[in-house]
Design a protein around this ligand. Structure first.
Ligand SMILES: Cc1cc2nc3c(=O)[nH]c(=O)nc-3n(C[C@H](O)[C@H](O)[C@H](O)COP(=O)(O)OP(=O)(O)OC[C@H]3O[C@@H](n4cnc5c(N)ncnc54)[C@H](O)[C@@H]3O)c2cc1C
Length: 321
């Protein structure tokens, strides 16, 4: 028997205000950005929305800017810190644009974007869509967590910002209220190196079995981390962050940029793995995921430290020259 065909309303607002009004009127409306998650869910009958809210005609969602404080994100309720030079990445910016335009300003996110799907998926898929789907395996989440990003969300009654670590509330669940849409992601350009690495069951077109992102913040002498695919939600590894920041401080390594002692890398890796809450599933066992995370943590730290040392030599070379 043919499946019953249900009518679907397709709303295509051309302005942000109209999109928010539509969502206020029909909170069950399912937003569509690139459609690379939504279309799969519709095809497999995972979702049967009565209303689809197409966001692709809202041009401001597909752009990024440096947050000057004067833009739409700085309106009432935009939250503290608006206008401090952060990158304001519209929710509808695709992976291809992140890679092509923001590789040097948002290196962690761009590294993650390079690993997403295929060129077709990267051309359509958006960072906002990854957040909307809130899969524990979504590749944007670890670098957003490590960078301390904030998510700007809005409804017809106002705008608020949510820290990335508070955004993920459960497996494929996020902190959006039914009448809210994701407008932008606010990310401070890094003062130090960022890294991302993921392990999958093959080299491309693969959902992460485990993923990890690391950001060193020499300006504040802090460390950011993000774990993917190894807990019900993407999450940070706060003990590992604090351990590494303190170890670098105590050994004067932020200044000296000397080689990193193995003991520091080992303990950092152990603490990252300990922060995970993995499960056994078809892609890997919990034990493998923990092991993989420790390996990813050690590798990304080695790469980031090499970058940091390189930045130091480049700066002293310039000063001497
Ligand atoms: C073949 C294939 C390979 C893939 N590979 C990867 C991969 O390697 N890594 C990875 O992380 N993902 C992967 N994905 C999943 C998907 O491409 C990403 O999650 C992508 O970021 C989704 O973006 P989108 O714009 O297509 O979202 P959509 O499908 O349009 O939307 C996704 C979800 O977000 C919601 N949404 C979208 N925009 C907004 C908004 N502004 N406000 C509120 N809610 C919103 C939608 O309602 C929906 O629930 C893959 C998918 C496919 C089909």
């Amino acid at each position: 028997m043919e499946p019953e065909e249900l009518p679907v309303d397709f709303i295509q607002p051309t302005s942000w205000a109209d999109a928010l009004a539509a969502k206020a009127e029909a909170p069950d409306a399912l937003p569509v950005a690139g459609g690379t998650d939504v279309m799969v869910e519709l095809n497999f009958d995972v979702k049967r929305p009565e209303v689809l809210l197409d966001l692709t005609r809202i041009t401001e969602l597909a752009d990024w800017d440096t947050d000057t404080g004067a833009g739409p994100g700085a309106g009432p309720g935009a939250g503290p810190g608006a206008g401090n030079g952060r990158i304001r990445l519209g929710a509808g910016v695709t992976y291809t644009r992140v890679i092509g335009e923001l590789g040097s300003r948002l290196p962690g996110l761009a590294m993650a974007a390079r690993t997403v799907g295929s060129p077709q998926i990267r051309n359509r898929g958006t960072v906002g869509g990854n957040l909307g789907a809130a899969s524990p395996a979504g590749d944007c989440h670890p670098p957003l967590l490590a960078a301390g990003a904030e998510i700007e969300v809005a409804s017809a009654s106002g705008t608020r910002t949510i820290r990335a670590e508070d955004f993920y509330t459960g497996v494929k669940r996020n902190a959006l209220r039914p009448d809210e849409l994701i407008r932008a992601i606010l990310i401070t350009p890094p003062s130090g190196p960022q890294q991302f690495s993921k392990i999958g069951t093959r080299n491309a077109m693969v959902i992460a079995v485990a993923a990890f992102s690391l950001a060193l913040h020499p300006d504040t002498r802090t460390v950011g981390t993000g774990i993917g695919s190894a807990a019900p939600t993407p999450r940070r590894a706060p003990d590992a962050e604090q351990f590494l920041a303190a170890a670098l401080d105590e050994a004067g390594l932020w200044e000296s940029r000397a080689p990193l002692p193995d003991a520091i890398t080992r303990e950092f890796s152990r603490l990252v793995a300990a922060a995970a809450r993995p499960i056994d599933d078809v892609r890997g066992t919990a034990a493998y995921r923990r092991h993989a995370l420790a390996v990813l943590a050690g590798r990304t730290l080695a790469w980031a430290w090499q970058d940091y040392r390189g930045q130091g030599s480049a700066a002293s070379g310039k000063a001497a020259g």
